[in-house]
Ligand binder design. Structure first.
Ligand code: ISJ
Length: 358
């Protein structure tokens, strides 16, 4: 699959002057609930109504969705409000039912994206249709697996495509339900700048107080849209109660969010930017120069170690270096994790250099 402006055709057709907003409840619960939320969203920035019909839950015994009955409610909501509709499909039976009920956009959940078998079956079921398909990232941070799923749809002739960033599972404790790992969607944009990228802040956050900041970060990173779980009574929602916000809150957020431009034609801005970027270029040259010099010393250390049959890894020295660099950077404004990551990468390269000593 090659990058192409065709990929974003479906999004351009909305002709919006703001990011695409997809909103609606985590799960369709009752006909009244779906219709009430749809009407509350009608006069906001929302263009597409979302609702989960089949809910893949981590453990059995929780509410698993109302099933195909809910598709009729989505259809009714579309008729009454003019909003487009979207739901998650996880197998060809879901696809068939969604097509029969005229769902406009289908999304693929994170747990489905991990399985090329399932994706292939769903993609084949969609062959020959003009539906838009949005692929959520897989639960594990694997860009190739994410893009592989998109490619399977593309190969079946589906050209209206997009991706949804919903964060990645982690066993470590984190303030997020699913850690964002922003570098992965940044890498994705590098490879496919015209593949629409949508943030799902609800599943990253897992709690409503983080949603606004996540949306703002996405807009700072050129995302094309937001998919936000909304419910008129979030605390009593049948699923994901902690992460849903009301349609009124969403409306306020979309007003407060700052939409950024990719570039500016302001001459003064462009002059300042150019000057500052020249400074960055110079600093980067110095950084590479220093890294080369550091590796040359590591090579010398490697040679003497080899002559005296001493192991490459020296845990005590390595620990000292890390502690020293963390203490040196204290109060500098650099995050401790950043220093750790930079030095871990330098240490790895230093070991690789020493291993190469002949
Ligand atoms: C360079 C050395 O070898 C390894 C690499 C280190 C480094 O690059 O700073 C530190 C400790 C060792 O694990 C050394 O022993 O000093």
């Amino acid at each position: 699959m090659e990058n192409s402006t065709k990929l974003r055709g479906w999004l351009d057709n909305f002709d919006l002057n703001h990011p695409l907003v997809i909103a609606g409840p985590c799960s369709a619960e009752t006909e009244e609930q779906v219709l009430k939320i749809a009407h509350q969203l009608k006069n906001t920035d929302t263009s597409v109504l979302r609702a989960g019909i089949w809910k893949p839950r981590t453990r059995p015994g929780n509410f698993e969705g109302v099933g195909s009955l809910g598709l009729k409610w989505l259809q009714k909501a579309k008729e009454e409000t003019g909003l487009m509709t979207t739901t998650e499909v996880a197998n060809p039976i879901h696809v068939d039912l969604a097509l029969k009920h005229d769902v406009d956009i289908l999304w693929i959940g994170a747990r489905t994206t991990v399985s090329p078998f399932m994706i292939q079956e769903i993609a084949e079921a969609l062959k020959g249709t003009d539906k838009t398909v949005l692929v959520k990232n897989p639960v594990n941070p694997d860009l190739a697996l994410w893009l592989g799923a998109v490619e399977r749809f593309y190969k079946q002739g589906i050209e209206n495509l997009g991706v949804i960033h919903r964060g990645f599972s982690t066993y470590d404790s984190s303030e997020y339900r699913n850690i964002p790992e922003w570098q992965i969607p940044i890498d994705l944009q590098n490879e496919f700048p015209d593949l629409p990228l949508i943030l799902d802040p609800s599943h990253i956050a897992g709690r409503r107080d983080l949603i606004f900041e996540l949306c703002q970060t996405a807009l700072d990173l050129n995302y094309d849209g937001l998919m936000v779980e909304t419910h008129y009574d979030p605390d009593n929602a049948w699923s994901d109660a902690k992460q849903q916000i009301t349609p009124e809150t969403l409306d306020k957020y979309t007003i407060d969010l700052k939409v950024k431009n990719k570039v500016s034609s302001n001459e003064d801005f462009n002059y300042q930017l150019k000057k500052l970027r020249t400074k960055i270029d110079k600093i980067d040259e110095n950084l590479v120069d220093l890294l080369v010099k550091r590796m040359q010393v590591a090579d010398d250390i490697g040679k003497v170690k080899k002559e005296h049959n001493v192991s490459i890894l020296q845990p005590e020295r390595w620990k000292q270096i890390l502690e020293r660099m963390i203490s040196l950077s204290e109060g500098s404004g650099l995050q401790k994790d950043f220093i750790l990551n930079v030095y871990k990468a330098i240490h790895q390269e230093s070991i690789a250099h020493q291993k190469n000593i002949k």
